[in-house]
Design a protein around this ligand. Structure first.
Ligand SMILES: *Cc1c(COP(=O)(O)O)cnc(C)c1O
Length: 373
C-alpha cells in the first residue's frame, strides 16, 4: 500500500498477524498467549493485540506493567501477564486492573500478601523459575518452598508457573531439552505437594515450533505471530506471512557532477555524473547509521551512499534513470520482483530481526490493513 500523506510510513497487515496466530493455535491445540511487548515488536500494540485475539489468542503477554495498562485502557478484557519486573508499589495497580504478575522471591510474595489485604479479588501470580537462562526467576532449589508460600498466602492466586528457554532457536536443542527436564522435575515436586497451578508454560516461538513437548498448557509466541523467523538457523514453517512493510518516498532526485561529496563528512564522492536521490528516513526512525544499506526503488536494489543522517539518507540511482521525486521507496518489503526482509536488514546491521522491528521509531506512522478506524 502507498501513502499520499506520509514521507515515510509502516504498513501493518493485521490479517497476516491474525492468520499467523491461528496457525499456531490450530497446529498446537494449546492456548496461545500472544506476546505483544515493545509495542508488539514495533507493529503497534493495540492493533496487533486485536488481530491476535481474532486469530484465537486467549492471553496477551507483555514485559512491563505500563504495557498491560495500555491494553486494559483500550478495553482488552482477556487475561494479561506481565512477564517482567514490577516495582513493589505497582503491584496494587496490577491487581486493580486484573493483570497477572510474575514473581520469583519470597519477599515479593510477602509484600503481595500484605498489599492485597484490602482488595476485593486476589492478585494472580505466575512463579518464574530460572532453569538455565540465568536472567530472571527463582533458582530451582527454591521453587517448592516458593510454591508452598504462594499457595499458603491469602488473597494471592497461584495462577501459573513458567520458565524461558535460552537456546530453543538453535538446531541443537540439547540445552533447551535440559532446561525442559529441569522444569518438569520441579513441576513434579510441586504437584507432589498437592499444588497445581493451572497455567504451565515455557515455549516462546522457537520452543513452540521446534520443541513440541515443551508446549505444556500455554504457549508464548512473539516473533512468529508477526511472521518473522525465530533465528537464522530456525525458519518459520510454510503458511506464516510477514506482517510489516516499511516504505518512504523519494523527496528529491538530482544529477550531481563528478567529484561532489554526499552527506555529512563527504564519505561518498561522485565519480562521474551521478543520479542521487534523497529519502526522508534516518537513524531517528530506526534506520541504522552504518555503511552498506540498500533500499528498493523502481524495482531495483539501490545503495545508500554517504552517511545516514537523523532524518534523511541519500541513494545512488544510476540504475533507475526514470526515478523521480515522489516515487515509492521500500526499506522492508517487496517491490516488483524484489524483496528486502527484516532478516536481510538484520544481517546487514549485524543484529537480529527482533531488533530491527523493535527499533522502528514511534514517529514513523503505522497504517493498518484492513483499516481499523
Ligand atoms: C519475549 C518473550 C517471549 C516471546 O519470544 P519470541 O522468541 O518472540 O517468540 C516469550 N516469553 C518471554 C518470557 C519473553 O520475554
Amino acid at each position: 500500500m502507498s501513502s499520499d500523506s506520509y514521507s515515510t510510513w509502516i504498513n501493518v497487515d493485521l490479517d497476516a498477524i491474525e492468520k499467523n496466530v491461528s496457525i499456531l493455535a490450530s497446529r498446537t491445540g494449546v492456548p496461545v498467549m500472544a506476546v505483544v511487548k515493545a509495542n508488539a515488536y514495533g507493529h503497534g500494540i493495540i492493533q496487533a493485540a486485536g488481530a491476535a485475539l481474532r486469530g484465537g489468542a486467549k492471553w496477551l503477554g507483555v514485559a512491563r506493567l505500563e504495557e498491560a495498562l495500555v491494553l486494559r485502557a483500550s478495553h482488552f478484557t482477556c487475561p494479561i501477564l506481565v512477564m517482567g519486573y514490577i516495582p513493589g508499589n505497582s503491584f496494587q495497580a496490577a491487581a486493580v486492573n486484573d493483570i497477572s504478575v510474575t514473581i520469583w522471591s519470597s519477599e515479593q510474595i510477602q509484600s503481595l500478601g500484605l498489599m492485597t489485604g484490602n482488595l476485593g479479588t486476589p492478585i494472580k501470580v505466575h512463579l518464574k523459575i530460572d532453569t538455565g537462562m540465568s536472567r530472571l526467576g527463582a533458582p530451582g532449589t527454591e521453587a517448592l518452598s516458593l510454591a508452598k508460600q504462594i499457595a499458603g498466602t491469602h488473597k494471592v492466586l497461584f495462577e501459573g508457573i513458567f520458565t524461558h528457554y535460552a537456546r530453543a532457536d538453535e538446531l541443537d536443542l540439547s540445552s533447551a531439552k535440559e532446561q525442559q527436564r529441569v522444569f518438569i522435575e520441579i513441576l513434579f515436586g510441586i504437584n507432589r505437594a498437592g499444588i497445581e497451578p493451572p497455567c504451565v508454560h515455557a515455549a516462546n516461538s522457537a520452543g513452540t515450533l521446534f520443541l513440541e513437548d515443551s508446549r505444556f498448557s500455554l504457549i508464548r509466541p512473539g516473533i512468529s505471530i508477526y511472521g518473522l523467523h525465530p533465528s537464522q538457523e530456525r525458519s518459520l514453517p510454510g503458511g506464516f506471512r510477514a506482517s510489516l512493510e516499511w516504505k518512504a518516498v523519494l523527496s528529491q532526485v538530482k544529477v550531481l557532477p563528478a567529484g561532489r561529496g554526499v552527506s555529512y563528512g563527504h564519505e561518498y564522492i561522485t565519480q562521474k555524473d551521478e543520479r542521487i536521490g534523497t529519502i526522508p528516513v534516518g537513524y531517528a526512525d530506526g534506520f541504522r547509521r552504518v555503511p552498506g544499506n540498500q533500499v528498493l526503488v523502481g524495482g531495483n536494489l539501490v545503495p545508500v551512499v554517504g552517511r545516514v543522517c537523523m532524518d534523511q539518507v541519500c541513494v545512488q540511482l544510476d540504475q533507475v534513470p526514470g526515478a523521480k521525486a515522489g516515487d515509492e521507496v521500500v526499506i522492508i518489503g517487496a517491490q516488483g520482483d524484489l524483496q528486502i526482509s527484516a532478516e536481510q536488514v538484520a544481517d546487514r546491521w549485524g543484529t537480529i530481526n527482533y531488533e530491527v522491528v523493535c527499533g522502528l521509531a514511534d514517529r514513523v506512522p503505522r497504517q493498518y490493513f484492513p483499516s481499523v478506524d
